[in-house]
Design a protein around this ligand. Structure first.
Ligand SMILES: [Zn+2]
Length: 145
């Protein structure tokens, strides 16, 4: 079953894909959520970057993570900041802490939650939304076990 896009198609520009982030976006197209992990000290990092924030090492690997996490923070948007987003209000923006990548938090949207259902600590899991042939976005849905 294909869900309509959470936000209206074309309302937001596509993400700029840097060389550092390209493996992340390629994995999203395969419906895998990945996180960069330093092979020197083990620190996870997101957004992708060439240098480890902790040990300054360059060596890293891409870890496929489960996509399970919890809502670390959120906002419910009632006034669209772009006219193209007006049909979507109220929509949410969530910050998700990933269960198996300590310290990593992703900014995304929770696609299946009523605003009254949102709370910090809510268990969620990743799902994917095709924005175009090139871009697949990681979104989240409520973990319902
Ligand atoms: Zn490191």
């Amino acid at each position: 079953m294909t869900r309509p896009p959470y936000l209206p198609a074309g309302a937001l520009p596509p993400p700029a894909i840097t060389d550092d982030a390209r493996p992340f976006w390629e994995a999203c197209r395969r419906h895998q959520l990945t996180v960069q992990r330093c092979t020197g000290c083990g620190a996870f990092r997101h957004l992708p970057s060439p240098v480890c924030w902790r040990c300054r090492g360059f060596a890293h690997e891409w870890m496929v993570v489960s996509g399970r996490g919890t809502v670390f923070s959120y906002a419910i948007v009632h006034r669209a900041f772009l006219p193209e987003l007006a049909p979507a209000v109220p929509y949410n923006v969530v910050v998700v802490a990933l269960d198996d990548a300590p310290g990593v938090r992703l900014v995304s949207n929770l696609v299946d939650a009523d605003p009254s259902e949102l709370r910090i600590g809510l268990a969620v899991e990743v799902c994917f939304e095709e924005m175009s042939d090139e871009i697949t976005l990681p979104r989240f849905r409520v973990w319902r076990g």
